[in-house]
Design a protein around this ligand. Structure first.
Ligand code: SF4
Length: 699
């Protein structure tokens, strides 16, 4: 296959701009057609995918750099940014310049951003919004399996399972084509158990819905494991042969008897027993988690508890069974593998591992001693901006933290305190609107690059449309800045060249991409990592890729999975008299993440025009709130308004708000998980009141 045929053909097969399912699609003449050859969607798309072509012609599109709000040339913009970086570095040192990336960036961009921070800027201060998405699940499975691959099996394996327990995921709204895999499972006689505080569209499909109190998923998992052991479902042969730590975990869950768990979680004992029976009696079964269980200050331990359950039942590493976390952002998987994380180098290497530093430094042509060490995690980095000890400048790519970060009002104030804020985006997001310099970038279908979907399948996003004059790719922007900082030759702007370097940098790492090429991805509709380059010519003797990495052993030094004892604790901020309700957040069908893209697409804004607050009819009656009333929700960090939606699908003690608009994250709690540094997005204490006509609070 020629190079021209792969990656650069305008009007060809590509993938959706949004979520981690990365549905295959054809983009041509402003129309989207789904691809049949990509197993994740196999001819399906959701409303967001069908309408994605509108992004390419959005009237809000930026095509000229902005300096303090005024249009300038690219040279003026890049000269200004480079000069300010040099001045700030000279005055405050290299860590005074920070970089913030995104889980939607291609592998090439994520890789180049990490390299740019460490090589061009020499800063340790880089992290990304994927910290807010996958970090708890990643920390837990690294601890348990020695490798973090969201689904360590092809998504089509779900259809072969006899039971699936899904904790904290609402794929019927977030990634509807995923549902076909659950439906196929149920059509084959399989049963679905969903854990969620709300009766979501996914929970409505379930055979059993465990309507857990927000912030108590960990207690529920401990209770399920207690029952599984007590009722004889532990697979003792598997545990002896393939794991360590079961006895410690067995002892630790003995205190979580079912009636105690019912008191903590609100889930009836009979339902817990039924869930365990469904999982334990299935020949093949899966435990899946999503952000609902993971975005907590105890998210790592919560996922660990569900992994312990899966291991006790003997599921991971068996075909058609297993544990998986369902990744959210478009390149949530690949974006966490190649170095835009504060503690990481390409190939999922640790930045404080001397061998990893030596390998990557050799690929980058620098002295390992010159590589910075570990930096601040995402929220800690945002929280430090503009403080005497923190960075004075921030370069931000593919993220909109003014909407998506916890305690977002505080984050906006920190951004405002910077000496220099540079944002690369293709629309004027809420964060870009605050920037000193805005760099107009190309978007998904206008550029080539690879994405790694929720299965760990590396996919090729071909260029399918010409970019508008004036927009430049993030790789071109990094090249232009590097040139001005004296190292342009280390930062090529061509994605294929960057990918080839990424392959070398990842070689021998956990996430080894060295055997993957654009040609192979195109010919095989994706390649699963790890995929090392075999001895000899990779084109004549390629590694087949690894769809199910744990069949023969886990990626730990002894090949055994680790069960780790964990214990439940209350939310970082529990309800009290002043703030008597739990507030949780999530997504709706029509929108994606901070909404910077989907809020600019007419059919999507018509379908879901504004922020709403979902509350139970009993609560609404008590407060005198009717459907459609404007309500104000308050927490210790701020207040936000929305339109009341009253329905019985939510617990009476819980409020729900979607996070696609500025609003709910003004209220969320930035308490961090001690291991993953994940903020507690999914639960905080809140109060609600009806607003008067003039927007004032009703006394
Ligand atoms: Fe597929 Fe996700 Fe895009 Fe919807 S948003 S079409 S589920 S990739």
């Amino acid at each position: 296959m020629s190079q021209a045929a792969v990656g650069t053909t305008v009007g060809s097969a590509t993938h959706c701009p949004y979520c981690a399912l990365q549905c295959g699609m054809y983009v041509g003449k402003g129309e989207i057609t789904p691809r049949e050859d990509i197993p994740a969607n196999a001819g399906g798309l959701c409303q967001k995918g069908w309408t994605a072509a509108e992004l390419l012609t959005s009237p809000d599109r930026l095509t000229t750099p902005l300096l303090h709000g005024s249009p300038v040339s690219w040279d003026e913009a890049l000269d200004h940014v480079a000069a300010r970086i040099e001045a700030i570095r000279a005055e405050h040192g290299p860590d005074a310049v920070a970089v913030f990336g995104g889980g939607g960036l291609t592998n090439e961009k994520a890789y180049q951003l990490g390299k740019f921070a460490r090589v061009a800027l020499r800063t340790s201060q880089i992290d990304y919004n994927g910290r807010f998405c996958m970090s708890s699940a990643a920390a837990a499975v690294n601890r348990a399996f020695g490798m973090d691959r969201g689904l360590p099996f092809p998504i089509t394996d779900i259809a072969r399972a006899g039971a699936v327990l899904f904790a904290g995921g609402n794929v019927a709204e977030t990634m509807p084509p995923f549902v076909r895999h659950l439906t196929a499972m149920r059509s084959g006689g399989g049963r679905l158990v969903v854990v969620d505080p709300r009766l979501t569209q996914t929970a409505k499909m379930a055979d059993l819905h465990l309507q857990v109190t927000p912030g108590t998923d960990l207690a529920l998992a401990l209770g399920l494991l207690h029952i599984a052991i007590a009722e004889g479902y532990a697979d003792l042969d598997y545990l002896a042969a393939r794991t360590t730590g079961f006895e410690e975990v067995r002892t630790s869950v003995s205190a979580w008897w079912p009636e105690r768990v019912e008191r903590v979680t609100g889930v009836p004992v009979a339902q817990m027993r039924e869930a365990v029976r469904i999982l334990g009696e299935a020949e093949r079964a899966m435990v899946l988690t999503g952000r609902g269980a993971e975005q907590h200050a105890k998210g790592t331990d919560t996922v660990t508890a569900f992994v312990n359950l899966a291991l006790t039942l003997g599921l991971p590493g068996r075909e058609g069974s297993g544990y998986g976390c369902v990744t959210g952002q478009g390149n949530g998987q690949g974006g966490r593998e190649h170095g835009q994380k504060a503690d990481q180098l390409p190939g999922y290497r640790k930045i404080d591992d001397p061998a990893a530093r030596a390998h990557v430094a050799a690929v980058w042509g620098i002295d390992p001693a010159g590589l910075p060490g570990r930096g601040r995690s995402a929220y800690e980095l945002l929280d430090a901006l503009g403080t005497p000890e923190g960075p004075r400048a921030l370069l931000l790519f593919g993220s909109n933290p003014v909407v998506s970060a916890p305690r977002a009002g505080h984050v906006a104030r920190r951004l405002d305190a910077l000496d220099l804020l540079v944002v690369s985006d293709f629309v004027l997001s809420e964060t870009a609107a605050m920037a000193d310099v805005v760099l107009p970038t190309t978007q998904w279908a206008e550029e080539a690059g690879t994405m790694t979907n929720l299965e760990g399948r590396v996919l090729l996003r071909r260029q399918a449309a010409a970019p508008p004059p004036g927009a430049r790719s993030d790789l071109e922007i990094l090249h232009g800045l590097a040139e001005r900082l004296g190292c342009g030759e280390k930062f090529p702007a061509d994605p294929r060249t960057v990918f080839d370097e990424l392959r070398r940098a990842s070689a021998g790492g956990v996430a080894d991409y060295s055997g993957i090429t654009y040609e192979r991805i195109a010919a095989e509709t994706g390649v699963f990592w790890p995929c090392p380059e075999t001895a000899g010519d990779p084109h004549s003797d390629p590694h087949p890729g690894t769809p199910r990495p744990f069949l023969d052993g886990f990626a730990t030094p002894d090949g055994r999975a680790r069960l780790v004892p964990v214990d439940h604790r209350p939310p970082a901020e529990d309800v009290d008299e002043e703030f008597p309700l739990y507030l949780t957040s999530g997504r709706v069908l029509a929108h994606y993440q901070s909404g910077a893209q989907t809020r600019r697409i007419r059919p999507l804004t018509q379908a879901s025009p504004e922020v709403f607050v979902e509350l139970h009819p009993d609560l609404a009656e008590r407060l005198g709130v009717a459907p459609g009333d404007r309500v104000r929700v308050r927490s210790r960090r701020g207040a936000a308004e929305g339109v009341a939606r009253v329905n019985a699908s939510i617990r009476p003690d819980t409020l729900f708000m979607p996070f696609h608009w500025e609003g709910v994250n003004l209220l969320t709690n930035p308490a961090l998980d001690p291991v993953s540094r994940m903020p507690e997005f999914k639960v905080c204490a809140a109060a609600i009141e009806r607003c008067a006509e003039d927007g004032e609070r009703v006394a």
